[in-house]
Design a protein around this ligand. Structure first.
Ligand SMILES: Cc1ncc(COP(=O)(O)O)c(C=O)c1O
Length: 429
């Protein structure tokens, strides 16, 4: 039996507001759950990002924050920790993941470049495009990159490919992991071309858990993590996910030249290289969060919660994406509402009205994705109990049972970029 490896010390009360108020709230949010005020939400599964419960060690260590302008104590502690766990000599903190993407791609991507990947997150894609590059998703099995298609692309265009970007886990491909075998093949292939691999390792621990499990836990979990990181020349991560923090990001590299260039750009855009816009207290929280995410009982329970919700929904015959990934359960909304134009938003709105549960909507036309519109039930780390997940499954089950009553939605507003996060709808007449 897998039991949460923590006990509760502090609680945050949550309340299910009355039905009429939930109906009004979703209408006022334009039927887009991203736009709901969080105080109207009972159980919030809209994102696993920045939503983790911090530990007493993390919160306690924040009092050690050395709020000096430059080269504060936290920076040195971070450097030591990154070297020990991930093997990189150069590290820079930043205020969140997309700030690093912005700086890194300004440096590495030029007009006409092609950036192949196993699949990119929305912000990553847009930032590459803004720098004149063309992101190309080459999803393979699970969260892998398709090596055969990559080989063909390299043969035709290797001169325009400055790096390959691997997202661990593959968020837009249902949170599935990249396999060790895929990383080995990728590394072998790229040696011929002398093209580096960059990881977006925001969910590295969840990715490494699946590898650890496949390898029958023969090594220590943290040794698997170190091995996986050895396949990248440069890594960045949002520490709002597996860093178990409410904010932050890290850039790590083995290249002194790239490190120096990132320092120049970040000093203009984000802040001094020893903090990158973060107070030192948050750097202490990152150091301890990374240490805790490498604990075997933590990561095992984390993945168990995702598998548990997946099983509960599957038992109710809800069309979930199989197998479950590391941070969320994905429901294929288009299978439940096949004749809706926006099945994800329609289903998500109904789930909120029924039970005060907020979920994310991704994929489909609005995300310019080749996946169908789906809803993502992300599980915040260390926040909800299995009982909360049982409630979620009950609510989703009863909404799907009455699916034919769910109103269709028409679009009323569409932003130019990051469209799913800002789109607004109204009920069709
Ligand atoms: C895979 C991936 N990369 C990058 C980011 C951006 O990170 P941040 O939210 O810290 O800017 C996210 C955010 O959800 C993500 O899921």
């Amino acid at each position: 039996m897998i039991v949460p490896p923590y006990k509760v010390k502090l609680v945050e009360p949550i309340k299910l507001i009355p039905y009429k108020e939930r109906k009004r709230a979703i209408e006022e949010a334009g039927f887009n759950p991203f736009l709901l005020p969080s105080k109207t939400v009972f159980i919030d599964l809209v994102s696993d990002s920045g939503t983790s419960a911090m530990s007493i060690k993390q919160l306690g260590s924040m009092f050690s924050g050395d709020e000096s302008f430059a080269f504060q104590e936290g920076f040195y502690i971070l450097r030591k920790s990154v070297k020990e766990h991930f093997g990189f000599p150069y590290v820079l903190p930043m205020h969140q993941g997309r700030a690093i993407e912005d700086i890194l791609f300004e440096i590495l991507v030029k007009k006409g470049d092609i950036i192949p990947s196993n699949s990119l997150f929305e912000t990553t894609r847009v930032i590459i495009e803004r720098n004149g590059g063309e992101p190309i998703d080459l999803p393979g099995d699970g969260g892998d990159i398709d090596i055969k298609r990559l080989k063909d692309l390299l043969k035709a265009s290797s001169d325009c490919i400055p790096f390959i970007l691997m997202t661990l886990t593959n968020n837009t491909r249902y949170g599935l992991p990249v396999s060790l075998d895929n990383l080995r093949k990728l590394s072998l292939l790229l040696k011929k071309y002398n093209i580096p691999v960059i990881f977006d390792a925001s969910r590295f621990a969840e990715n490494c858990y699946f590898i650890w499990k496949t390898e029958k836990r023969k090594k220590r979990f943290r040794d698997v993590v170190k091995e996986v990181f050895s396949f990248a020349e440069t890594v960045y991560m949002s520490t709002k996910k597996d860093g178990l923090c409410n904010t932050g990001g890290l850039f790590m590299t083995g290249s002194r030249k790239l490190y120096n260039r990132v320092i120049e750009v970040m000093t203009v855009k984000e802040g001094f290289p020893s903090h990158g816009g973060l107070p030192d207290r948050d750097i202490w929280a990152i150091v301890n969060g990374l240490e805790e995410t490498l604990e075997e009982d933590y990561i095992q329970h984390r993945i168990y919660q995702v598998e548990y919700l997946h099983k509960l929904l599957k038992d109710k015959k809800i069309p979930v994406f199989d197998p479950p990934g590391g941070h969320a359960v994905y429901i294929i909304a288009s299978k439940i509402l096949p004749d809706h134009q926006f099945p994800g938003f329609a289903l998500a709105s109904e789930i909120f009205v029924k039970g005060g549960i907020r979920v994310g909507v991704f994929g489909g036309d609005l995300a310019a994705s080749d996946t169908p519109e789906y809803i993502r039930l992300s599980i915040p780390r260390r926040v909800y109990t299995e009982r909360h997940l049982e409630y979620v499954a009950e609510v989703v089950g009863s909404v799907v049972e009455d699916a034919e009553k769910i109103p269709r939605l028409n679009i009323t507003y569409l932003p130019r970029e990051m469209r799913i996060f800002g789109a607004r709808f109204r009920r069709a007449e």
